[in-house]
Write a protein that binds this ligand. Sequence first.
Ligand SMILES: C[S@@+](CC[C@H](N)C(=O)[O-])C[C@H]1O[C@@H](n2cnc3c(N)ncnc32)[C@H](O)[C@@H]1O
Length: 280
Amino acid sequence: MKSTQELAAEQAAYWNGPGGKMWLAAYERIQRGIAGFSEVVLKAANAQAGERVLDVGCGTGGTTAELAKAVGASGHVLGVDISEPLIGAARAQKLANASFEVGDAARHRFEAQAFDLVFSRFGVMFFADPVAAFQNIRRALKPAGRLVFLCWRPPSENPWGAVPMRAAQPHLPPMERPGPEDPGQYAFGDRARVERILSEAGFVGLSIEPVDLMLNQGKDVADVLERIGEFGPLARAFKDAAPEQVVQAKAAIGEALKPYATADGVKLAGACWLVRARPA
Ligand SMILES: C[S@@+](CC[C@H](N)C(=O)[O-])C[C@H]1O[C@@H](n2cnc3c(N)ncnc32)[C@H](O)[C@@H]1O
């Protein structure tokens, strides 16, 4: 079993290396795919004029910009991310009322009791020690502040990720399977685990609601196949595979996606938890 330090170092290396690079390259398409989920979490966050907001794992700062609009000139948003290249892209937006810092949100020295809202869109599932990380985040919230984030439910409830992966797997070399509690995309899939982490980290008033929406993966199957494996577990699997294995895997994914092709795109279901809490 890997130690907490090893897991944290792996995440930092990934997001500063291949993960950050792939996220940047695929960002526009990812953004379009998850647009419905973004709307839901931003609405739930309900950022108000004048508020101070922290966007955890802000990536290229897409949601930071939306939050900055909502808080207006009298408010401020701080985006924090472990990835230097992604923070570079976020800073390039030159937002007047937002700033960005490179840092591990699990250990970053945030100003204590400074934020009305701590927000994250898919940026909190990568902590090696999530309880310690959320304790650190809680200390940054004002006593009357709120935490609002979105995370994925398990792969079995997310056909947009599971269908291509299941089709590709027989054609690819065996993949390293993360443990259910290892940091990663689906690490917060288990609702009971999310509840336990937040309670142990000193949050109360927990609300963990399912959000189910369709993800549009591309205009048709050929369009999806052109870019499949740009990011995420399939990208890692393709990297370790021989070129002919990738060709076979893509052909199998194409077959598996056919039933999901509609007149306005290839649509597969996605499932998230919308999580809200406040400091104890
Ligand atoms: C799936 S991406 C989401 C990015 C962004 N929230 C968005 O929706 O566009 C996950 C982000 O979390 C960041 N991240 C991972 N571990 C982190 C940590 N310990 N502290 C801060 N950011 C982290 C990654 O660098 C990456 O930008």
